[in-house]
Ligand binder design. Structure first.
Ligand code: 6PG
Length: 233
């Protein structure tokens, strides 16, 4: 694991945008996160690269709401990233089909991801957020989703997290098989979660503490405010 501490949220978004644009230029399968920290990274990444046609974008998690709903992660990615790219290809973003019921939407997403990745291959990049409670994607503390070892995507009933809607999330085996996993963590309200997820020793009750790519790289981009409890020289 590599922890990179940057000045502020803007610097975190900028570093993430560099990584995202570089990966998209090279082509491959990328899972994007919802949340406020990545949002700015997507807008900056759109400025860094014009031609995204080699990249296929997935969602690490999605709220089970219609595509036009303002809580939709796909809508956020469309608005912040795809709408700003002059040459976005059709099929650039693989949305969760939220018109299906929750379990069917998860099964459909899993089938499409498995077909796209092929046997034994993983995502090229997963961008992840971190919640103040240590959650990442829609893997929430104490939930059975953390024990999932075979499914690639599962439905998550309403979890007491804002927004209070069911979700579809990719699972730990997917994130742990990725070549690169990059966490974006900004703000003082994340300091405790960052320590629990990536401090020494990590706290297993924080879901993000279980994201440890088997052979891929794990990079944590944190701002000064979030890194106060883990800062290393
Ligand atoms: C979601 C996210 C979620 C998010 C974290 C951090 O759809 O809600 O994927 O896992 O990344 O909650 O979000 P912020 O960056 O907004 O704090």
């Amino acid at each position: 694991m590599k922890l990179e501490v940057l000045a502020d949220a803007e610097a975190v978004a900028s570093a993430a945008a560099d990584i995202l644009a570089e990966r998209a230029r090279a082509g491959g399968h990328i899972a994007l996160s919802g949340g406020s920290t990545p949002k700015r990274a997507y807008a900056l990444a759109a400025e860094r690269l014009e031609d995204w046609r080699g990249a296929t974008l997935w969602l690490g998690d999605e709220r089970h709401v219609p595509p036009a709903d303002e809580r939709s992660n796909a809508r956020m990615v469309r608005e912040e990233l795809l709408a700003r790219i002059p040459r976005a290809g059709a099929g650039q973003l693989e949305p969760v089909r939220t018109e299906l019921d929750l379990d069917a939407a998860a099964a459909d997403y899993e089938a499409r991801l498995a077909a796209a990745l092929g046997e034994g291959d993983g995502l090229d990049l997963a961008l992840m957020g971190l919640g103040p409670d240590g959650h990442t994607a829609s893997l929430f503390p104490g939930q059975p989703t953390l024990q999932e070892r075979s499914r690639l995507a599962v439905g998550v009933p309403v979890a007491g997290m804002e927004p209070q809607v069911p979700r579809v999330t990719l699972t730990l085996p997917v994130f742990d098989a990725a070549r690169d996993v990059v966490f974006l963590v900004a703000g003082a309200d994340k300091a405790r979660a960052l320590e629990r997820a990536f401090g020494e020793p990590p706290d297993p009750t924080a879901p993000a503490a279980h994201v440890r790519p088997a052979s891929g790289r794990l990079l944590v981009l944190a701002d000064e405010a979030a890194a106060t409890r883990v800062r290393r020289k």
